[in-house]
Design a protein around this ligand. Sequence first.
Ligand SMILES: [Mn+2]
Length: 361
Amino acid sequence: MGGTAASRALDELLDQLEGAGFDGAIIHKRENIRYLSAFTGEGMLAVTRGLRAIVTDFRYVEQAGIQAPGWRTISTTSERGHGATAYTLLRGSVKRLAFEDDYVSVAHMRKLGQEIPDVEFGPIDRGPEKLREIKTPEEIASIAKACEIACAALESILDEIRPGRTEREIAWTLERAMLERGAEKPAFETIAASGPNGSLPHAVPSDRKLEKGDFLTLDFGARHNGYCSDITRTLAIGGVSPDKRKVYETVLTAQTTALDAVKPGRLCREIDSIARDYIDAAGYGGMFGHGLGHSLGLLIHEDPRFSQSAGGATVKVGHVMTVEPGIYRPGLDGVRIEDTVKVTEDGAVRLTTMSKELITL
Ligand SMILES: [Mn+2]
């Protein structure tokens, strides 16, 4: 995020931490560092009401000063690691600090405990991640741009997809098209799965050549301003059989029905059920074996999820979610259709605007 939005997020985090009896926090996850300070390098944040410090090493000192001008940047030395460096600023002023308990290893925590003595550490309990669930307009604009790049990239390479081309060639061509349109990099490893490989939801692109009658599933995304997009389209190579077309239409109806159901206040779990029940009732029971979708932002997979295990999580304005049902038939084929959407008062608005009608190449 930019400086002002990041600063608001930090104030909110500190409010919450104070409520939980903490004086501040140390932050190690790179995406949380970026979210709270706008600094994109590696290191550690040490934050209290009176201190906003980036503890980093020589490689990033100048960069931190430029990206996070309101912050104090302090460098580690060969004798003094991140914890000991932070301690020079924290000494005497804090009793309890929160740390990322789902990230810092036991060994790392033991070291931090030695470097920052007389301080009690407690779990931050995904506080930054919970703030990251609701996107600012600025963040949504970055995700929307990443979606636009991904859609334009696929449109631009459609005439290069034909029988005889390999999955790897298609994946590489698609990634190059995203980079040419301004992507910093792909948001994740591009999936290009054809024919029977399509039944593997996370297939790695292979040297398999496309054949007439195949489905080709492309699951990919771009990164823009650090923010991800995520889209899947399944294409038909030559004509596909009526049996395959029925699979496609079933996934498409499940996807659009679930999209239409996305409304603030609804349980995330219910949105998953809508797509799942439709696919099961159409005769493909058990062939949609993953969650319906996930949030995304600085990471490709964030909370909340459209999933049966989403508990009491509800849809909220400002969420950016994927909706991506699929049907996977081992040994035969697979179809998945995915959009990235933003949640508004009126429901889901697609950010990946590319057509979902079956494209035959
Ligand atoms: Mn996805």
